[in-house]
Design a protein around this ligand. Structure first.
Ligand code: XMP
Ligand code: MG
Length: 184
């Protein structure tokens, strides 16, 4: 899909495919350097992290393992409660592993701080976080994020894995939606 395919549903493109790719080149180079000589396990958080995982992992110069988790916050609210339920757990045993969590976006950081504590309790050698996007709210929670693609405003964004009611995940860019899409 390109911006024109969105018609008047698109408010604006926040980050283009080219901008996302260029930043991933930089982050992949950092990860290559930081983990030189070590076996890395990338843990993607479904579904949003699928695009970042695919594009980041293919830029690395060493072979990595990939595993996936699906988590859900309890409750139906639009804001994260921090209470998390595992919908799909990892296949891999984390004992002694160097783990890098790959995320699409950190908003309040509540989901991620829970996930971090959960994975750290499984005896890994290390656990770090890479996220494509981070909102300012994230600064309010104590989550040490090693790799950040872009800090973005608080507005709700879609594309590059992120959805509104399960739509728009397959946009190759990150954008904001026109107000009429939300029904107001
Ligand atoms: P936390 O716990 O960090 O939650 O508040 C992060 C999760 O919230 C979702 N999220 C978004 N999803 N556009 C989306 O499509 C957004 O702008 C957005 N902000 C937060 C997302 O599921 C993320 O994993
Ligand atoms: Mg979502």
């Amino acid at each position: 899909m390109d911006p024109a395919d969105m018609g008047d549903d698109l408010e604006r493109v926040l980050l283009s495919e080219e901008q996302l790719g260029a930043r991933l080149d930089e982050i992949a180079a950092q990860i290559d350097a930081d983990y030189a000589g070590r076996d890395l396990l990338l843990v993607g958080v479904l579904k949003g992290a699928v695009m970042v995982m695919a594009d980041l992992s293919r830029r690395l110069h060493s072979s990595v393992e990939m595993d996936w988790m699906a988590v859900s916050s309890y409750g139906a609210g639009t804001t994260s409660s921090g209470v998390v339920r595992i919908l799909k757990d990892l296949d891999a045993d984390l004992t002694g592993r160097d783990v890098l969590i790959v995320e699409d976006i950190i908003d309040s950081g509540l989901t991620l701080s829970w996930l971090l504590a959960n994975l750290r309790s499984r005896g890994p050698a290390s656990v770090e976080i890479a996220t494509m996007l981070r909102k300012p709210e994230a600064a309010k929670v104590e989550v040490d994020v090693r790799y950040v693609g872009f800090d973005i405003p608080t507005d709700f964004v879609v594309g590059y894995g992120l959805d509104y009611a399960e739509k728009y995940r397959n946009l190759p860019f990150v954008g904001t939606l026109a107000p009429h899409v939300y029904g107001d």
